[in-house]
Structure formats: C-alpha cells, structure tokens
Design a protein around this ligand. Structure first.
Ligand SMILES: C[S@@+](CC[C@H](N)C(=O)[O-])C[C@H]1O[C@@H](n2cnc3c(N)ncnc32)[C@H](O)[C@@H]1O
Length: 344
C-alpha cells in the first residue's frame, strides 16, 4: 500500500513519503484545494445546519456557524457548558496561502467576526465556567489580532481575564533575519468562580533544597511536593506540535492542535461528566479529548468536511484505539484521484 503524505500543521505542506520512505509527493492543504474539497463533501454525512448525535456517549457534532446565535443554541439545545475551548481562524495567511478558510481580512472585520462568536459562546456558558481562546500575532500586521482581541474581550464584562499561556512549538518558521517564530498563544478567561485543578507536566523536578520546618522536622522540597514533576505554568514547552510522523496527525487538517494541549486544558478546567463546547472543531481534537477524559463535547465546524473528519476521528478511536491517521487518509474511499490514498 502506498503511503500518503500530509500537511504541515500551521505551516508549509509536509513532504509526502511513499512506502520506501522517499519523499515524492505533496498533498495540498484541504483549504488550498477546492477540487479535492468538493469531492470530499460527497462523503460527508452532514449538510449545513445538521447535527449528529453520538449514540454512545451523547457527544454532538454539527455543521454550523459560530457567528450565528441560532446555530450555537442549536448545538446546545438549552444546556450550558462548563468549559469553552475556542480555536478560531487567527487572521493570518498560514504558509503564505490566503484561502477562504484561513483568510486574512481587515482587523476591524476580523473583530466583527470575533464579537459575534464570543457573544454566542458566552451566552451558553454555565454561571461558573472557563473560556479559552487560541490566537496568534502577525508581526507584519502590527502583531494583529492578539492585542486587538484582548482589548475587545474587555467589552465582555461577564468574564474576567485569568491567564495568558504561551505554548512553544518545537518547530518554527522564519527567516535568517528574524527570531524563529515558535509560539502559540492561549488566552484564559473565567465566568463566575469555576473550579481549577493544578496539572503537572512530565518534566522532572531537578532542583533540590528549599528546606522548611514542618511539624518540627526539617524537610526538603522533594519530600514536601505532591509530584516528582513540575507544575504546568503559563509557558508550555513540553508539548510536541502535530506533524506527519505522529499517530494523532490528521491528514488534510492544516491547523490541528496537539491532543495533549487540549487534554491539559480539559483536565485543569473541567470535571468528569462536564459539558464542553468547541465551535471550531476542524480535526476534532476537543471531541477526542472529551471522549478520553469522560467529558461530553458539543462541537461543530462551518465546513462539512471538518465535521465529517471530527466524527470519523471519534469512530476510529473507538474502533482501533488510534488518535489520528498519521499519514493515512481519513477518506480512503476517495482513492488516488483526489490525491488521498490509504486509510485504516
Ligand atoms: C484553527 S481551526 C481549529 C483547530 C482545532 N482546534 C483542531 O485541533 O483541529 C479553525 C476551524 O474553524 C472553522 N471555522 C471558521 N469559521 C467558522 C465559523 N464561523 N463557525 C464555525 N467554524 C468555523 C474552520 O473551518 C476551521 O476548521
């Protein structure tokens, strides 16, 4: 079986490898290939406006628009979420490609888009809830949209800022004339007073010392600490961004977040059985994290292909225990014509 290639996550297309390990072809990002997109739509079970109900654990996946209040209410059906994980398009042209899905528009117009989806998501949050937003900053555009977004958020008095996390990508992009760009930003807001759990990384504690007397006994920090590894702070350096050698890779998805990052958010800011909402599903990372951590997830994407990939990713996980397709295709039925081959 010939192996197919995939796409660099938030970057240039990754090389395609055949069975012999040589780099021979490239598969374009789904947002860069309207013909391929059109072909894939034929295999999608949902049409715009439709919602899939998971018969096993009650998750929901829809083809809906986050800027439309009716659509967000539709997926929620009167229920409130304890956690919202939002990963909207960042208003940057990734890999130099300005596509309909990942378009760069005037900041004012981007903020109009944000104003609409933020209001819709906040309206479906529980009284005590967490609200996270992944965002970027384009230095060529005065670092837009990150600072503009932060200022916009001040209008939403129902939530208050809690933190500003930077996740460090292992691989970056840039020229010899600039620092390599390796950061992704994650803003954290809260509504009310939701519970929060401290999360530990896999990074071992190496500094010993910090003696303190406890019950008359001199103790060292290692004895007192709850974990042999360090706490996750607001700079994450221990999460590998997704690329084609990883099992969790979903070919065709150009903006997939690492499962570990979404699981970290979920573990710290929700509890077993909670309802989590994600209005920008894409590769379905939030849904998969919810499945693995016993949270119910209501999620959707405006694009039927990404809604279909989201459902298939869950089904594949349940069926074979894999978190993605690595370099195989989520749409094996398309065959070679579409440039995707392989499958599970
Ligand atoms: C950055 S990606 C999300 C990545 C996701 N967190 C993951 O790990 O795969 C953004 C997604 O938002 C979708 N999108 C763009 N505008 C939307 C809208 N108005 N409503 C819902 N989804 C939208 C795009 O189709 C794209 O799949």
């Amino acid at each position: 079986m010939r192996r197919t290639s995939i796409v660099g996550k938030r970057g240039l297309p990754a090389p395609r490898r055949d069975g012999g390990g040589t780099t021979s072809e490239r598969l374009r990002r789904l947002d860069c290939d309207p013909e391929l997109k059109e072909e894939l739509v034929r295999y999608c079970r949902l049409r715009p406006g439709e919602v899939w109900e998971d018969p096993v654990r009650g998750h929901r996946v829809g083809v809906l628009d986050a800027t439309k209040a009716n659509d967000v209410n539709r997926i929620m059906d009167g229920q409130k979420a304890r956690l919202a994980i939002n990963d909207p398009p960042y208003n940057v042209a990734v890999g130099g490609a300005n596509t309909a899905a990942l378009r760069k528009v005037e900041v004012s117009s981007y903020l109009g888009f944000c104003q609409a989806w933020i209001a819709n998501v906040l309206a479906v949050l529980d009284d005590d809830a967490h609200f996270y937003v992944w965002l970027g900053a384009d230095y060529r555009g005065g670092f837009q949209p990150l600072p503009d977004f932060m200022i916009l958020m001040r209008e939403f008095r129902q939530v208050s800022p809690r933190n500003f996390i930077t996740m460090r990508n292992q691989r970056g992009y840039g020229t010899q004339k600039n620092w390599m760009w390796v950061r992704q930003e994650l803003l954290h807001y809260v509504k009310g007073d939701p519970p929060f759990r401290v999360i530990y990384t896999d990074i071992p504690k190496i500094l010993r010392g910090y003696y303190k007397e406890v019950n008359g006994k001199r103790t060292e920090n290692m004895e007192r600490s709850r974990s042999r590894t360090i706490r996750a702070g607001n700079v994450w350096v221990d999460i590998q961004q997704v690329f084609y050698r990883m099992e969790e890779n979903v070919p065709g998805c150009y903006a997939q977040k690492p499962l570990k990052a979404i699981e970290r958010v979920m573990l710290s800011s929700s509890q077993g059985g909670d309802l989590v909402v994600d209005c920008f599903s894409h590769s379905g990372t939030t849904l998969l994290a919810g499945e693995r951590l016993d949270r119910r997830v209501y999620t959707f994407d405006v694009d039927p292909v990404f809604a279909e990939i989201t459902i298939r990713r869950l089904e594949r996980y349940r069926c074979v225990g894999k978190t993605g397709w690595q370099w195989e295709s989520p749409f094996p039925e398309t065959g070679q014509k579409a440039g995707l081959q392989g499958g599970s």
